[in-house]
Design a protein around this ligand. Sequence first.
Ligand code: HAM
Length: 419
Amino acid sequence: MIQKPRGTMDILPEDVGVWQYIEETARKVSAKYGYSEIRFPTFESTELFARGVGDTTDVVQKEMYTFTDREDRSYTLRPEGTACVVRSLIENGRCSDTMPLKLYYIINCFRYEKPQAGRSREFFQFGTEMFGAAAPQADATVIALADSFIKELGIKDTKLHINSIGCPECRPKYHEALVKYFSDNQDKLCPTCKERLKTNPLRILDCKCPECKALAADAPKTIDNLCPECEEHFGGLKALLDNAGIKYEIDPHIVRGLDYYTRTVFEFICDSIGAQSTICGGGRYDGLMKQLGGPALPGIGFAMGITRLILALKASGVEINSDNAPSVYIAPMGQAASIRAFELVEKFREAGIYAETDLVSRSLKAQMKYADKTGAGYTVIIGDSELESGKAQLKDMKNSTQTETELDKIVDYILNEVR
Ligand code: HAM
């Protein structure tokens, strides 16, 4: 038997309802905040992620699905959406549009990670990006959008963690302090972090290894080393969140796994879903557009993992029913009745009502059993005498009551009942 690749998933019809619920809610909440949808290719030039996400990140170094095509060009299945959106805006000349530009996407992404609950190799994100707005009001709006979406879904018990990781102005001083701190304790670092000390010391703060974690707990904090502008920006964001009643914790250990972030970074955590508890990750990336060859436009956004949202919905006791039971099942007996039944189900469907009839030549008894199994609201049997009189018994399956109905008026009758 051919099996799906490890770390991918089939979403079967009985499970698809919750995906549609999340997608519909994402579209609804995005629209309330003035975001428009953007779609972009599933694969992009490898260079886009190497330059955008960062050469020294785990995503680029270990997790990309990269291939060369028949003409020896290197492409990568998108591991995330932000770099793709930035590329698309530059390429399509949209950077001089009226600002801010607000975009959202619902995409599949690919990372070669160790699969576990809430972590897969093909995964799905709802993401948003805002461009051209540098003020803390933009950060607060993006966080409010994420918060509002999570609440609208019905997910309970999430925590918002925020941090500021500074800008190119204050980062060198912070890096210096960090490198000094970790160099003094180098013997306690794991081999990967010893390497990170040379390439990207900020990443050590994110290491899951217990010794590095313990060391990171006392490391210098970015928020204690911000330049006055970054300090003011972070203060502005906190004031806006406080005033709007959006609760947060300052978490000096959020550094995020991608290199493009500046200033604000944030995560929404849901502790009840296990080790992969970050349902949303985001932040500001004011240098990315320029780095990818566009104008110096600031940006800020987030992405949420849809499988993690599903786990969080389950933990919150939110159940989404994916059943699609027909409102009416028409059971014909004989060729002429079958023709009339086809005409009638199409009339029902035109009127927006889900109707079914026999497609596999079942006996009347088998048809009634099938109608019952599908959960049909009403059934109607049509044979020669019903065709002749133009009337049939409409059975209400819930109450087991029967009503004589004219076949020509049956659609209107059900429309009135359904209303
Ligand atoms: P990220 O933190 O790499 O950020 O991913 C965002 C979210 O995607 C995570 O918080 C998690 O919920 C989900 N996720 C990531 N990897 C996996 C996986 N292997 N399996 C299941 N879910 C996963 C970004 O991707 C940034 N582009 C977010 C962003 C947008 N920042 C600014 N704008």
